[in-house]
Design a protein around this ligand. Structure first.
Ligand SMILES: [Cu+2]
Ligand SMILES: [Zn+2]
Length: 244
């Protein structure tokens, strides 16, 4: 009797299975493995770090308008890109002619009692007073600035310690120009290691956030580094040079 079609197909199936190289379990395991691999590769692809893009560091600007009761006044500009040195530019008028005058960041931007209420030199590291190139210095110790024969101070220098961001930011504090010369901690007395014996406060101003300045403010005088050399020479003559 010829086999029914049903039986025949069943036989075929059995026949195929019997001759298949892999068991159904192996096939399932292989399928799952392939699927898992594909999913893993997709996952790893999403984890691939984005191509790093170079971003220019942001500029921060600050300005202080200096006023005092000694006829001294001026404007000081600060700017900093990322963690670079802060560049200080500006102009102060009415200063004693041809003189070195102490120039500092004081801790408080408080002018409620004139320049007196700006407190001491900004000193977050609890150091003694020094010159701007000294390892031991107040963060606010910017040394001396020099006036010309007209009593004008042209500022253009950099400082490697003050900053316009972070917990030590000088923004909100004050700039003070003194009536005397800062001895940069080399005066040989206690006061020298606190204030540099820079005398009274001729003018001061609160350092505030500022917008990106116009070009004339950015490149005011181009006196750097001649101005800096002038200061160094004058300080050497006074025996208070802080540079080697
Ligand atoms: Cu001071
Ligand atoms: Zn100081």
């Amino acid at each position: 009797m010829p086999p029914s079609p049903k039986t025949r197909s069943f036989d075929n199936l059995e026949h195929n299975d019997r001759h298949s190289k892999y068991s159904p379990l192996t096939k399932i395991v292989a399928g799952v493995t392939v699927l898992a691999t594909v999913l893993l590769l997709l996952y790893l692809y999403t984890l691939k770090p984005a191509t790093p893009t170079l971003q220019a560091p942001e500029w921060i600007y600050a300005t202080a308008v200096l006023r005092g009761d000694a006829g001294v006044n001026g404007t000081v500009y600060f700017r900093q890109s990322g963690l670079s040195k802060v560049r200080i530019t500006g102009k102060i008028l009415g200063v004693d002619k041809n003189s070195l005058r102490g120039f500092h960041i004081h801790e408080f931007g408080d002018l409620s009692d004139g320049c007196t209420s700006t407190g001491s030199h900004f000193n977050p590291t609890s150091q003694t007073h020094g010159g701007p190139s000294d390892l031991k210095r107040h963060v606010g110790d910017l040394g001396n600035v020099k006036s010309d024969k007209h009593g004008v101070v042209h500022l253009d220098f950099e400082d490697n310690l003050i900053t316009l961001s972070g917990p030590w930011s000088i923004i909100g504090r004050a700039v003070v120009i003194h009536k005397g010369t800062d001895d940069l901690g080399r005066g040989g007395n206690d006061e020298s290691l606190k204030t540099g014996n820079a005398g009274g406060r001729a003018a001061c101003g609160v350092i505030g956030n500022a917008p990106s300045p116009t070009l004339d403010k950015l490149m005011p005088l181009q006196v750097y580094p001649e101005h800096w050399r002038d200061i160094c020479r004058a300080e050497r003559e006074l025996g208070i040079s802080h540079l080697l």
